[in-house]
Write a protein that binds this ligand. Structure first.
Ligand SMILES: *Cc1c(COP(=O)(O)O)cnc(C)c1O
Length: 420
């Protein structure tokens, strides 16, 4: 891959701010890391479900002098001078996010998905409040009540699970827990649930017990943008998301809510939990929202799902167990044990073959499996035939058939993430 795709000629003399050659001259040690990491990404199959390849346009915004600007506050009400232009960039990001997701209000300042969730809790809850969320052993995120995270320390979390057999959320279990514990908020969203969430069902349960509904759509937000997954916006009081997963923008967070919660959400981000906004990232979010509102992205989002379904089918045929029997999204949860390997062992064998992915708990809440996502490979242009090949390569790698590393290299070589 060429990092030079991001070092386009500067518009004005003396502003060669994304020049790799200049970095190489000044700091060869660091420049080599950038080049080697770009090569690592292009030389293996990236199936980490939370990752993607952002566009050169997004990378350009990230590497721009907007990174220099201090901008505490919101457009038109900053605590720093010189914010005229970054105000325009942030308004653009906000307007594009609102239009893209059909939301009354958007906050684009959250530094990450976790910061977005923290802000949602800060806006709606008090320390000690009870919150009902998917339990961590079933795919809840750290911010859904882990004792190692602020959420588990400051709130009283109750966890719902998934049915051990079907792998699906049991809404009657959620309702029973909600009635028994009377939570102040219910969180829906997960790091590994491969099916669409029934947001209307969660809304109904939340209304039944007088709770807020927070949708943590960090994973499916890009599918939602592309119309390939249902939107939580009409149902949830607050929607939290990341911008860097299927959505394919810069690493960052996003919050959506109704107009009546706009001020509470904004104040929960700044000044309650964050300081200065990262204007280069916000500009890059604006670029990504612009990209996500095009027909090309709609086609991409649908292809991501088609690829995940094809991959799940291929893996099932190759002997893997597939949680919930398939997928509605970019996520596939696979059990490698029928092929004679535990999840960690399989992840190691796959990494050695150039196939990069994570392990994750399976629906029984006990055994670990493999979590795969098709966002990155779909950005690279892979489709049905490549998914069949990929399933075959995964099975071969787990079974330690020799020669898989070379076959992986040949496959990814035909789909460079940043074509020259
Ligand atoms: C990825 C994710 C997050 C956190 O995002 P970060 O940017 O890593 O902080 C939060 N919730 C869910 C459900 C996620 O999948």
């Amino acid at each position: 891959m060429s990092l030079t795709t991001v070092s386009t000629a500067p518009a004005t003399a003396g502003t060669s701010y994304t020049d790799l050659e200049a970095l190489r001259r000044q700091d060869p040690e660091l420049a080599e890391i950038l080049v080697a990491e770009a090569a690592r990404q292009a030389d293996a199959i990236q199936l980490v479900a939370a990752e993607n390849f952002t566009s050169p346009a997004v990378l350009t915004a990230l590497g721009s002098p907007l990174a220099n600007k201090y901008a505490e506050g919101y457009p038109g009400a900053r605590h720093h001078g010189g914010c005229e232009l970054v105000d325009v960039a942030e308004r653009l990001a906000v307007d594009r996010a609102k239009a893209l997701f059909g939301a009354e209000h958007a906050n684009v300042q959250a530094h990450s998905g976790s910061s977005a969730v923290l802000a949602a809790y800060a806006a709606l809850l008090r320390p000690g409040d009870t919150v009902l969320a998917m339990g961590l052993p079933y795919g809840g995120h750290l911010t859904h009540g882990s004792p190692a995270n602020f959420s588990g320390r400051w709130f009283d979390f109750v966890g719902y699970g998934v049915d051990a057999e079907s792998g699906l959320i049991d809404h009657e279990e959620v309702r029973a827990l909600a009635r028994a514990h009377r939570p102040k908020a219910i969180v829906c969203g997960s790091i590994s649930y491969p099916r669409h969430l029934d947001y209307a069902a969660f809304r109904e349960i939340a209304d039944d017990v007088g709770a807020y509904l927070i949708a943590d759509a960090a994973h499916p937000m890009g599918l939602i943008a592309g119309g390939a997954a249902p939107s939580p916006v009409p149902y949830a009081d607050v929607v939290c998301a990341t911008t860097h997963k299927v959505l394919r923008g810069p690493r960052g967070g996003l919050l959506l809510c109704g107009a009546h919660l706009a001020e509470r959400i904004d104040r929960a981000v700044f000044p309650f939990t964050q300081g200065g906004a990262q204007m280069h990232t916000i500009a890059a979010k604006a670029v990504a929202f612009g990209e996500a509102s095009t027909p090309v992205f709609t086609a991409y989002a649908h292809q991501v799902v088609a690829n995940a379904r094809a991959l799940a089918g291929g893996l099932a045929a190759a002997g893997f167990g597939i949680a919930t029997g398939g997928t509605d999204t970019h996520l596939v949860l696979a059990d490698p044990s029928p092929l004679g390997a535990g999840a960690r062992e399989a992840r190691g064998r796959l990494a050695a073959a150039g196939i990069i992915l994570d392990t994750c708990v399976l629906p029984d809440g006990d055994t670990r499996g493999l979590r795969l996502g098709t966002a990155a490979v779909t950005t690279q242009g892979m489709a049905g035939p490549e998914m069949a090949r990929l399933a075959d390569l995964l099975a071969s790698a787990v079974r330690e058939r020799p020669g898989v590393r070379e076959e992986v290299r040949e496959l990814v070589g035909r789909f460079p993430p940043y074509p020259a």
